[in-house]
Design a binder for this molecule. Structure first.
Ligand code: NAD
Length: 367
């Protein structure tokens, strides 16, 4: 039987998670909750998602706008097995105490909540098993998700001795008209390390990782510059093959006209992705290199999109629908439409046998 899911907080992340849940054959989206009857509420209604309102006092505004309301958030929680909380940062932890514990519902939170307030932090490649059957789990932020995914690949292949990352963060999401900077680069925070390394450690405590971050005037994507000292010898070709085998990583080539975040987003538009979502972490193929025992690469993160996949897997884990991470990951990827690398890396171009093997092992594509 399909697990019943509701989404509380229907903004940037909530609306994407709701659409992804609606595409799964083992889940049923039974409601979304909003505070205001803005354009997103009209679209949710058009999609047939039952609409709930955060507070009783807000219901009239929705009805006056001509929207049908099924009840309040508290009512909605009685209709479901799992709630995904995608409210603004800090609100989720309050909802846990004031709403979810009272309703006795399993809850998934986003990266804006503190790890300590929730207890378990999640990334599908790294620690799916830890979320199985849990009541409350936090899907880590877009940046942390991006780091977890690609560091997972390097760790599996060569072992991470020490990772150092410089993050170039987008200033705001495209819809956030009041956030900046519009003409500055801001060390953010100006202290080292930034919170991203410790956040990766909430998922993978064994990794030695230190991060620094700056904020730049762009809305499209974050960009990371990754430097890793590895434990075992590894070649550039082995790394590229490993990255290629993971569908949530997309190798892109600057020489294909994808030398910037803007061009990568244009690619997602050309692919017909909903809201131009790039669920995969884009790694520039040319940036992957090995110097001595150090691995280097550059990656781009579509901040609004990557964590959507993790939310779906996390629902499957907490609801106990699937114990095997890779079965859940494949199911999610196929239902959402994750496609992985645009084309094989140069080092595999003339190796059709090796390619068929990867496609078969990684994605179950018949040889
Ligand atoms: P958002 O502001 O776009 O959306 C939040 C929505 O929740 C808004 O529609 C708001 O009206 C609504 N809301 C506020 N209080 C509410 C309440 N009490 N009940 C119900 N709805 C309420 O925010 P977002 O960007 O979607 O972020 C949500 C969470 O996802 C945060 O924890 C954030 O840190 C995390 N996150 C955001 C991004 C990103 O790039 N935007 C990426 C990864 C994780």
């Amino acid at each position: 039987m399909a697990v019943k899911v509701v989404v509380n907080g229907y903004g940037n992340i909530g609306k994407r998670v709701a659409d992804a849940v609606a595409k799964q054959d083992d889940m049923k989206l039974v409601g979304v909750s909003k505070t205001r009857p803005n354009f997103e509420a009209f679209i949710a209604a058009q999609k047939g998602y039952p609409l709930y309102v955060a507070e009783e006092a807000g219901i009239n505004a929705f009805r006056e706008a001509g929207l049908d309301v099924a009840g309040t958030t508290a009512d909605m929680l009685h209709e479901a097995d799992v709630v995904v909380d995608a409210t603004p940062e800090g609100t989720g932890a309050k909802n846990l105490e004031n709403l979810y514990k009272k309703a006795g519902i399993k809850a998934i939170f986003e990266g804006g909540e503190k790890h300590a307030a929730i207890g378990v932090s999640f990334n599908a490649y790294c620690n799916y098993e830890r979320a199985i059957g849990k009541d409350y789990v936090r899907v880590v932020s877009c940046n942390t998700t991006g780091l977890c995914r690609t560091l997972y690949a390097v760790d599996k292949l060569a072992g991470i001795k020490k990772a150092r990352v410089v993050l170039v963060r987008r200033a705001a999401d495209p819809v956030q008209v009041k956030k900046g900077p519009i003409n500055a680069i801001i060390p953010n925070p100006p202290t080292v390390p930034s919170h991203h390394g410790p956040d990766v450690n909430t998922v993978m405590p064994q990794w030695d990782i230190t991060t620094m971050a700056v904020l730049v005037p762009t809305t499209l994507m974050h960009q990371h510059n990754v430097m890793i000292e590895v434990e075992r010898p590894v070649t550039k070709e082995e790394l590229l093959t490993e990255f290629y085998g993971l569908r949530r990583i997309m190798l892109v080539r600057a020489s294909d006209g994808l030398g910037s975040t803007a061009e990568i987003i244009e690619l997602a538009r050309d692919m017909g992705r909903p809201r131009y979502d790039l669920w995969e972490i884009a790694i520039w193929e040319e940036s992957v290199n090995v110097v001595g025992n150090e691995v280097f690469y550059m990656q781009g993160i579509h901040q609004e999109a990557d964590i959507v996949l993790e939310n779906v897997d996390c629902i499957r884990a907490v609801a106990g629908l699937e114990k095997d991470p890779w079965k859940s990951i494949r199911k999610t990827d196929e239902a959402v439409g994750v496609t992985g690398s645009l084309r094989p890396p140069q080092c595999l171009a003339d190796k059709p046998e090796a390619l068929r093997e990867i496609h078969y092992k990684a994605w179950g594509v018949e040889k």
